[in-house]
Each structure stands twice: as structure tokens, then as C-alpha cells.
Design a protein around this ligand. Structure first.
Ligand SMILES: Nc1nc2c(ncn2[C@@H]2O[C@H](COP(=O)(O)OP(=O)(O)OP(=O)(O)O)[C@@H](O)[C@H]2O)c(=O)[nH]1
Ligand SMILES: [Mg+2]
Length: 353
């Protein structure tokens, strides 16, 4: 899973990237490097608690990949490298500055609209190009499939020109499949993170924030608030000092954890677990994935030779304290290949290849 961090210049994108990754990435990109890239662990307390049962020697959380793009000033989305990177991600995380930033005036709703316009423009370029190609195929007549595609792209164009993104078009599964290959930017889930200044940290009710909250709600964008600079500082601290620092700030958990979970949920992702003495591990799947396919995440043999999955819910596993106890209470189920793992399922796959 790959998520791109976007936003207006100087919004705090690289700062948030550093808060996510602890990578200490430079604010300025040197040489040819046009982006920062890092794997981020998805915080999940359930996994650590499961690992304590065995105990497991190794704990491997789920991960999401974040990419922080160096965006050329001015011609934001006209940079082909930026665009092609964005087309490959599953979601967009937009940093909206609410702190006093270099660009001066603070106008979060306008900032979001500005970026949305750029995303729409990038999609329109692709649509025009494709329509052109469909209509000017040398010595070839339009197939019914071409016509279906043309019709669909025309309605995407109308939506975009009317200021609406493709994700709000209520496309059918079949239509979504037809346009998936284009990687339209306005079809991707968009998550908004307000980057607030240190003075506003912990404040939940002031006009500028409320406006933004109302706007994101009306558009259906998942929304979170964080102080990018503080979060980056927290990430730099040694583990041992972190708790004390958080306590001094009066917070239980870094906001960045909430951000990662929000992204995970916005993508419709859930985790199932495999646990043993060797390793406790979280695996990421899309909600609704059949068990055999989900098992394929662990190893392709498990999908190919899938027989059954032994499943215990996280809650039952914790209340019973072991797999053996869960089995004796009848709480271990055997599920077939069409079963859909639920968030938190602890599983073991029986297979034969
Ligand atoms: N006070 C304060 N300053 C911040 C915060 N987040 C970012 N900044 C500052 O804002 C400036 C821009 O931050 P960056 O993280 O480089 O922003 P960016 O969006 O990556 O900028 P570009 O890549 O140049 O578009 C830096 O000087 C940061 O220190 C914050 O939460 N509070
Ligand atoms: Mg940057």
C-alpha cells in the first residue's frame, strides 16, 4: 500500500513525512532526488498483546509506504514525474497548513480547492488524450468496447469540469474497473490532515478549524488534526523519553498514530494476525477478501493449496489466553476459502501442495 503526501508549497509535507518515519529527511531535495520514500509501521496494540501470550520472539506490524514528493513551485502537476508517481499510489494524504507559513495568508478550504483543481486538471489531460486516441485510430473502426469507454470518459470529463471529483460519481464496479488503469488522481481516497501551529495544539474549537472541519465533512473526506513540528520532534526522541514528553504535552499518544490508522481505514484495510513463538505478525487485506486469497499474502503456497483456515477472533483469543483453551471452549472455527477474514482474526492456514 502506497500513500502520497500532497499539499500546497510549504504546507509541512516533509515535516509530516519525518513525523511518520523518523527519517529526518531534508526539507530540501538535493540533486536528482525528487521524493522521499519510507515504510511506516501501522500501530496496533492488539499485536503486542497477542505476542505476549506465547511469547513471540519477533513482532511484525503491518506497513504502509509513504511518499513525500518534491513539488516544483508554480507548475505543480505539470511535472510528469510527479504525476506518474501519484498515479501509482492508493491514496492521497493532503497536508493543509493552519500554522503561519511562508505563503502568508491561511485559507485551508481554498488550499484544498486549489489542489483539487490541479488534480482534476491532471485527470482531464489523460481523458482528452485517450478520447483523442479512440477517435483517431488509423484504419480501424470503433469497437463497442471503445464506445463504452468513450461514453464513460465523457461523463468523467463532465464531472471534473463541473468541479466534482471522479470518486464522487458513484461509478459501478464494472465502470471502476474500466478506468482503473488510468490511475485517475481524483478517483483516489483523499485524507485531509490539518497541520496546526504549536499555539493551537490541543484546541478543538476555533473558527478556522471549525470551518475546515465542516468543509471536509460536507465532502466526506476523512479528517485529522496534528502539529507536524511537534510530532516530528516526538519521533526523534529515544523511546524511553517519549512517554515523558507526551505527558508534559498532556497527550496519551502521538497524533501521528491516529493519522496512520485513519489512512488505513480510509483505504478499507483490515488486519488479521498469525501468532506463534517465532513471530506475531499482522497482515493487511482489503475488507471482503476471500480467505484463500488473503492466505496468499502470507505465501502463494497457502493460496494454491488452501484447505481450511483455523480462526479465533482477537477477543476470544485474549479472553481464553491460548489457542488450546479457545479450542476446548469451541471458539476455534474452521472456515473455507470463501470466508472473509474479519479485522483482528487470529488465523492458521491448513494447506497441502
Ligand atoms: N511552527 C510550525 N512550523 C512548521 C510546522 N510544520 C512545518 N513547519 C515549517 O514550515 C516550513 C515548511 O515545512 P516543510 O515540511 O518543508 O513543508 P513542505 O510542504 O515539505 O514544503 P515544500 O516541499 O517546499 O513544498 C519549515 O520551515 C517547517 O519547519 C508546524 O507544525 N509548526
Ligand atoms: Mg517538502
Amino acid at each position: 500500500m502506497k500513500v502520497a503526501i500532497i499539499g500546497i508549497p510549504q504546507a509541512g509535507k516533509t515535516t509530516v513525512f519525518n513525523a511518520l518515519t523518523g527519517a529526518g529527511a531534508n526539507e530540501f531535495f538535493r540533486g536528482d532526488s525528487k521524493f522521499n520514500l519510507a515504510q511506516v509501521k501501522v500501530p496496533d496494540q492488539r499485536l503486542s498483546l497477542l505476542a505476549q501470550i506465547y511469547p513471540s520472539r519477533k513482532v511484525t506490524p503491518a506497513e504502509i509506504e509513504f511518499i513525500d514528493l518534491a513539488v516544483p513551485k508554480g507548475a505543480w502537476f505539470q511535472d510528469p514525474e510527479v504525476i506518474s508517481n501519484l498515479r501509482q499510489v492508493e491514496a492521497l494524504l493532503e497536508i493543509v497548513p493552519l500554522f503561519t507559513h511562508a505563503e502568508g495568508e491561511i485559507n485551508p478550504v481554498q488550499d484544498i480547492q486549489k489542489i483539487n483543481d490541479e488534480l482534476a486538471l491532471a485527470d482531464l489531460v489523460i481523458i482528452e488524450r485517450r478520447l483523442e486516441a479512440i477517435n483517431h485510430q488509423k484504419g480501424k473502426k470503433k469497437t463497442p468496447q471503445d464506445e463504452r469507454e468513450e461514453q464513460l470518459l465523457e461523463s468523467c470529463r463532465q464531472s471534473l469540469e463541473g468541479g466534482e471529483s471522479i470518486k464522487l460519481m458513484n461509478l459501478s464496479d464494472e465502470e471502476e474497473k474500466l478506468i482503473r488503469g488510468f490511475g485517475f488522481l481524483t478517483a483516489k481516497p483523499l485524507i485531509i490532515a490539518a497541520n496546526v501551529g504549536e499555539e493551537e495544539l490541543g484546541l478543538t474549537d476555533y473558527p478556522r478549524l471549525n470551518n475546515l472541519k465542516d468543509y471536509t465533512q460536507s465532502k466526506g473526506y476523512p479528517f485529522i488534526v496534528l502539529g507536524g513540528k511537534i510530532e516530528a520532534e516526538i519521533k526523534e526522541l529515544p523511546e524511553a523519553e517519549r512517554a515523558e514528553f507526551l505527558e508534559a504535552l498532556g497527550i496519551k499518544e502521538p497524533a501521528i498514530n491516529n493519522l496512520i490508522r485513519t489512512v488505513y481505514n480510509a483505504l478499507g484495510l483490515i488486519s488479521f494476525f498469525t501468532v506463534g513463538e517465532k513471530e506475531a505478525r499482522a497482515w493487511t487485506i482489503q475488507v471482503g477478501t476471500p480467505a484463500a486469497k488473503a492466505a496468499g499474502k502470507i505465501h502463494s503456497d497457502l493460496e494454491r493449496g488452501f484447505i481450511r483456515a483455523e480462526v479465533i477472533s482477537y477477543e476470544n483469543m485474549m479472553s481464553c489466553g491460548s489457542k488450546v483453551a479457545a479450542r476446548s471452549k469451541g471458539l476455534l472455527r474452521l472456515e473455507g476459502k470463501e470466508y472473509q477474514f474479519q479485522d483482528g482474526d487470529v488465523i492458521e492456514v491448513r494447506f497441502n501442495v
